[in-house]
Design a protein around this ligand. Structure first.
Ligand code: KIV
Ligand code: ZN
Length: 509
C-alpha cells in the first residue's frame, strides 16, 4: 500500500481567487482545520507576493506542527530567498518553486527560449536546495507542454535536487487519459524518477479536476494538490473532499493506495472555509452539500429504508456530518446544548460555548424549536473570527411602502457610544447609511448582500452575508437573528470592522 500525500493549497491557490481573501486569523483557523484533518502539506501562501502573505506564511509555519508547510516561489532568487525566510521555522519546511514550460507561456509570458527555461530550472532548484532538502518543482502549464521538452525539464529539476515533481493542469484543459499518460511517461522516461514523488495539480475549467487527479494517481502520482470546497482560480481546483472520498469509497480501484486524511473532519473544515468566505455549499455539491445525502424520491426512500446501501455509496458520518437531528428548545440546558454541539463535530472553548449558549437562549425566546441547522449557524457566527471595532447597541427603524425609511442606529466602541440618523431606500439602506455616518469606512464597493433562512418556518433565523471590497481585497461580514434588519446591521458592522482593521494595518506597515 502506498500513501498518497494530500497537499492542500486552499490558503494559496484558493485564497488568491476573487472573493476568497482571508485575514491572518482566518488563515490560521483554516490551517488548524487542515492539521486536524491530517493533510500532509499546507501551502500557506506566496511569501513574496505581499508583506501580509509573508506574515501569514510565517505565522502558519510557526503554528502548525504536524504537517509540512510550503510557500510558493517563482523561479527567481529573491522569490526563493523570501519563501525560505517565511517557512524556515516550520517543523518540516518546503519550498515550492515553479516555472512555465508550455510554448505559449514561455514565448508570451516568460519571453524565454526553452534552453533558457532549462538553465533557469537547474539554477533555481540548486539555489533552493541550499536552504532545505524538501524542494517541490512545478512545471506550470505542464499539460500543454511538449512531452519531450517536459521530460528534459523534469530530468534537470531532479538532477539539481528537487524531490517532488508537480505537473499542473494550470488551465484545466487535460483529460483523465492524457493525465495518466503524462505521469506514466515521466516515470518511464526520466532518469531517477523512482527517487522522487510525482504530483498532480488540476484546475476545474472543464469539470474534470477530480477525475484528472485520480487518473494521475492511477498513472503513479503520489501527491494530489487540492483545496477545500474546490476553491481556486476561475472554476476552481481539485476539491479535497471529493478526491479523498473517491479513493476512500472505491478500494476496488484505488486499493493499492491510501491517504492519511481523517475523513470525519472533512465537513467541519468545509463549513469553516465556506463561513469565512461568506458562501454556502451549492445544495448538490458532492460530499458537503445539503442534499448530498438527502433521498427525496419515493423509490429511493423506500430502498434506503430497506437497506441504506441501495442508494448510499458513503455515509454522512464518514465525513463528519451528524445525522441525529435532535430538536432543542427553551428548556434545554447548557449540557444538552454542549453535547449536541459536540455530536455535530465542534469542540468549543469555554468562552465560545458560553457565547453560543447565550445566543441559543436568545434565539429560543423568539423561535420555538432549534434544529441542527440553527445550532450550526449559531456556532459558525460565534466562532467566526471578528475584528474589534464597532458593535451594535440598539437600532430603531421606521418604514412603510409610502414613505422614505428612517433609521437611528447606536453603535458602541469600547465605552463610547455613537448615534446617527439617516433616511434610505428601505430600512436596511437607511440603517447602513446611519452606520456609514458613524464609522466613516474607507472607500469601498458594496459587492454582495445575501440573506437565507437557516431552517423552515416563519420564525426562522435570517443568516445575512455581506461582502465589501477595498484595495482589491474582499471583506465578509455575517449576522444572524430572527430579525433580518438586526442580522443585516451586524453583518455590515462586522465587514466594516474587518476592512478598517486591514486598512489600519496597511497604514502601519
Ligand atoms: O495552476 C498552477 O499551475 C499553479 C502552479 C503555480 C503550481 O498553481
Ligand atoms: Zn493552480
Amino acid at each position: 500500500m502506498k500513501q498518497i500525500k494530500i497537499f492542500d493549497t486552499t490558503l494559496r491557490d484558493g485564497e488568491q481567487s476573487p472573493g476568497c481573501s482571508m485575514n491572518l486569523r482566518e488563515k490560521i483557523e483554516v490551517a488548524k482545520r487542515l492539521e486536524e484533518m491530517k493533510v500532509d502539506v499546507i501551502e500557506a501562501g506566496f511569501a513574496i507576493s505581499s508583506p501580509g502573505d509573508f506574515e501569514s506564511v510565517q505565522t502558519i509555519a510557526k503554528t502548525v506542527k504536524d504537517c509540512s508547510v510550503a510557500s510558493l516561489a517563482r523561479a527567481g532568487e529573491l522569490d526563493i530567498d523570501t519563501a525560505w525566510e517565511a517557512v524556515k521555522c516550520a517543523a518540516d519546511p518546503r519550498i515550492h518553486l515553479f516555472i512555465a514550460t508550455s510554448p505559449l507561456h514561455m514565448e508570451y509570458k516568460l519571453k524565454m527560449t526553452p534552453e533558457q527555461v532549462l538553465e533557469k530550472t537547474a539554477a533555481m532548484v540548486k539555489h533552493a536546495r541550499k536552504y532545505c532538502s524538501n524542494i517541490e518543482f512545478s512545471a506550470e502549464d505542464a499539460t500543454r507542454s511538449d512531452m519531450d521538452f517536459l521530460t528534459k525539464v523534469v530530468d534537470v529539476a531532479i538532477k539539481n535536487g528537487a524531490n517532488v515533481i508537480n505537473l499542473p493542469d494550470t488551465v484545466g484543459y487535460t483529460t483523465p487519459d492524457e493525465m495518466r499518460y503524462m505521469i506514466e511517461h515521466m516515470i518511464k522516461n526520466v532518469e531517477n524518477a523512482d527517487k522522487v514523488e510525482f504530483s498532480v495539480h488540476c484546475h476545474n475549467d472543464l469539470g474534470m479536476a477530480v477525475a484528472n487527479s485520480l487518473a494521475g494517481v492511477l498513472g503513479g502520482a503520489r501527491q494530489i494538490e487540492c483545496t477545500i470546497n474546490g476553491l481556486g482560480e476561475r472554476a476552481g481546483n481539485t476539491s479535497l473532499e471529493e478526491v479523498v472520498m473517491a479513493m476512500h469509497t472505491r478500494p476496488d480501484i484505488f486499493g493499492e493506495v491510501y491517504t492519511g486524511i481523517d475523513t470525519t473532519k472533512i465537513y467541519r473544515a468545509s463549513k469553516t472555509v465556506y463561513n469565512i468566505i461568506g458562501q454556502n455549499a451549492p445544495l448538490n455539491k458532492p460530499i458537503v452539500g445539503k442534499n448530498a445525502f438527502a433521498h427525496e424520491s419515493g423509490i429511493h426512500q423506500h430502498g434506503v429504508l430497506a437497506n441504506k446501501k441501495t442508494y448510499e455509496i458513503l455515509t454522512p458520518e464518514a465525513v463528519g456530518i451528524s445525522v441525529n437531528n435532535i430538536v432543542l428548545g427553551k428548556h434545554s440546558g447548557k449540557h444538552a446544548f454542549e453535547s449536541r454541539v459536540n455530536e455535530m463535530g465542534y469542540t468549543l472553548t469555554n468562552e465560545q460555548l458560553l457565547k453560543c449558549f447565550e445566543e441559543f437562549k436568545d434565539v429560543c425566546d423568539k423561535k420555538k424549536t432549534i434544529d441542527d441547522a440553527d445550532i450550526e449557524a449559531i456556532v459558525m457566527h460565534n466562532i467566526g473570527i471578528e475584528e474589534e471595532g464597532f458593535e451594535l447597541d440598539w437600532f430603531n427603524v421606521h418604514t412603510s411602502n409610502f414613505t422614505t425609511s428612517t433609521s437611528t442606529v447606536c453603535l458602541k466602541k469600547g465605552d463610547e457610544k455613537f448615534e446617527a440618523v439617516s433616511l434610505g431606500d428601505g430600512p436596511v439602506d437607511a440603517a447602513f447609511k446611519a452606520i456609514d455616518i458613524i464609522a466613516e469606512p474607507v472607500e469601498h464597493t458594496f459587492d454582495d448582500y445575501k440573506i437565507r433562512s437557516t431552517s423552515a418556518g416563519k420564525d426562522t433565523l435570517g443568516d445575512v452575508t455581506i461582502k465589501l471590497t477595498a484595495d482589491g481585497r474582499t471583506y465578509t461580514g455575517k449576522g444572524l437573528s430572527t430579525d433580518i434588519i438586526e442580522a443585516s446591521i451586524t453583518a455590515y458592522i462586522r465587514a466594516i470592522n474587518k476592512m478598517m482593521a486591514a486598512a489600519a494595518r496597511a497604514k502601519e506597515a
